[in-house]
Ligand binder design. Structure first.
Ligand code: 9UX
Length: 72
């Protein structure tokens, strides 16, 4: 069963940044969809718990050079 999380993302400065994050996340096992919005500095990620965790998602965004926080 997939779940969806909403993220706040800081550090994006051009439209290619959001595309970079989307592509990087989409490549991960357990992630079916990633939509990142530069203008609102946020995004949604659909994932399968047990295959990938929210911590994995945040870590990946950090490795790409941005900061992500799960919206509560
Ligand atoms: Mo645009 Mo973002 O050149 O890392 S891709 S600043």
């Amino acid at each position: 069963q997939e779940e969806k999380i909403e993220l706040d993302i800081r550090g994006m400065t051009c439209a290619a940044c959001s595309t970079r994050i989307e592509k990087g996340l989409s490549k991960m096992e357990g992630i079916s969809q990633a939509n990142i919005n530069l203008a609102t500095e946020s995004g949604t990620v659909e994932y399968t718990p047990g295959v990938v965790s929210t911590d994995d998602v945040i870590e990946k965004v950090k490795k790409l050079g941005y900061e992500a926080v799960v919206k509560q």
